[in-house]
Write a protein that binds this ligand. Structure first.
Ligand SMILES: NC(=O)c1ccc[n+]([C@@H]2O[C@H](COP(=O)([O-])OP(=O)(O)OC[C@H]3O[C@@H](n4cnc5c(N)ncnc54)[C@H](OP(=O)(O)O)[C@@H]3O)[C@@H](O)[C@H]2O)c1
Length: 181
């Protein structure tokens, strides 16, 4: 049983047609309309509210491929059944987790992390299927990619959310916040 104080939150950018990356897993479309100067479009305010991240292996590999210093200050849990090790310099920042959505969340909660940033399409879809996504901040970039990696996929039943806020940024991006209905 997932207790009330556990929160699983999404903060993600999508194309108009609902993709989070192109079909090669690249996210250049996110840079089409640069953020207003000095404005991170709610990212640091959001990350202030989370204790740790749970990301899918594909998203983790995308971040590694950016070849930038490790961008997260909070602990990162990488969900993978194939990865056995992470780069040496990241061993203190990352843990690989395995198992079902419930098992993975239990492992993370047992370490004292309650409020989680959930990242990656398949990862979000797996938790959503089990009603384990509590909040979603979805920022729409006004491009149509035509193909790519989708944010959402097939579900056995409709999942209901409640609209909390909507904001149009000067660069034309629209950010909507939803809570689980
Ligand atoms: N637009 C944005 O804001 C944004 C944000 C984040 C990511 N992205 C992009 O999204 C893409 C990655 O998304 P994705 O949908 O391909 O995958 P993902 O959720 O990042 O990773 C999927 C992987 O997670 C592991 N996993 C293990 N158990 C799982 C389970 N029960 N359910 C789901 N995943 C499980 C599997 O790895 P193993 O095969 O190792 O078991 C699986 O292949 C990347 O291209 C990234 O650049 C975009």
């Amino acid at each position: 049983m997932i207790e009330q104080h556990h929160q699983n939150k999404v903060f993600i950018a999508i194309s108009l047609d609902g993709y989070i990356a192109n079909k090669d897993g690249k996210v250049e479309f996110l840079d089409t309309f640069p953020a207003p100067p000095g404005d991170d479009m709610g990212y640091s305010a959001f990350t202030d509210t989370i204790d740790a991240l749970l990301m899918g292996r594909n998203s983790f590999e995308t971040v590694l491929g950016f070849n930038i210093p490790w961008p997260y200050t909070k602990p990162v849990f990488v969900w993978s059944h194939t990865l056995t090790q992470v780069p040496d310099e990241l061993t203190s920042k990352i843990q690989i987790v395995k198992g079902s959505p419930f098992e993975v969340l239990q492992q993370i909660h047992a370490l004292g992390y309650q409020s989680l940033y959930i990242d990656g399409g398949k990862t979000i879809q797996s938790l959503l299927a089990h009603n384990l996504i509590d909040e979603m901040t979805i920022t729409t970039v006004p491009v149509v990619l035509g193909d790519g990696i989708p944010l959402f996929g097939q579900l056995d039943e409709m999942k209901k959310f409640i609209g909390i806020s909507s904001k149009l940024y000067p660069n034309g991006l629209v950010q909507n916040v939803y809570k689980r209905g």
